[in-house]
Design a binder for this molecule. Structure first.
Ligand code: ZN
Length: 232
């Protein structure tokens, strides 16, 4: 048996990837990797006036659709699947210039998506900065004696996006007093006490926290006082 007579019921040009060795009935060239059936007779692409087209394998839906839109002449490439008893699309033949234009359109889309991602990232950056500024302001409201630079550092550390630190928790977002105090305590613990050294020297965490608790309390008390009361 040869190739079934009707490879594709749809409109448009159909090019076949033959399963058997076939020769062109016009120029006798062969075996053909691609052929067109004209009145049941195989023709090579050159004899069918399709030799200038290039094959775009299936897989990229957007590129395929655009290539066919851009191409004055195009053909669907099919191959017969014996097991399934039907022809299956392998790709399309399109003009090379059309494929180039379609690729440029797809790249432009990718570039547009990249620019949108960059815009989103900038917007998130602005949101992060606003959040950190609000957080720092709340620290200074609760701890007026806290140096502004320390407040900014603690707020920035606490509000790093996606870090899961207190600033990104629901409570931190709402700038609840508890969340702000927790962030300040953590900042003081690491910066103003030997907490980190204790941990590094093998002191258990709860024991280290117990030892530095008075130092943390002292710093918080100082920061809770306003500048005027700080004399002496
Ligand atoms: Zn031929």
């Amino acid at each position: 048996m040869g190739i079934p007579a009707t490879p594709h019921p749809t409109h448009g040009l159909v090019v076949i990837q033959p399963l058997k060795h076939r020769r062109c009935s016009a120029c006798r060239r062969g075996p053909l990797s691609l052929l067109v059936l004209e009145n049941g007779a195989p023709r090579c692409l050159d004899c069918a006036d399709l030799g200038h087209l290039v094959l775009l394998p299936r897989g990229d839906t957007a590129l395929t659709r655009r290539s066919r839109e851009e191409s004055a002449l195009s053909a669907v490439v099919v191959r017969f699947n014996r097991r399934k008893g039907r022809y299956e699309r392998q790709g399309v033949l399109v003009e090379e210039a059309a494929l180039v234009r379609a690729e440029e359109r797809c790249l432009a889309d990718a570039e547009a998506r990249r620019q949108r991602r960059a815009r989103d990232a900038r917007r998130r950056g602005v949101e992060d900065e606003r959040f950190a500024a609000a957080f720092a302001a709340e620290i200074l409201r609760l701890f007026p004696g806290c140096p502004a630079e320390r407040a900014r550092a603690i707020a920035a550390h606490a509000s790093v996006r996606g870090s899961g630190r207190v600033g990104r928790s629901a409570a931190g977002r709402a700038l609840s007093e508890g969340a702000v105090v927790s962030a300040v305590v953590a900042g003081v613990r690491h910066a103003d006490t030997p907490y980190d050294q204790l941990l590094m020297s093998g002191v258990p965490r709860h024991e280290a926290r117990r030892r530095i608790a008075p130092a943390v309390e002292g710093v918080l008390r100082t920061w809770q006082e306003t500048g005027e009361e700080d004399a002496g």
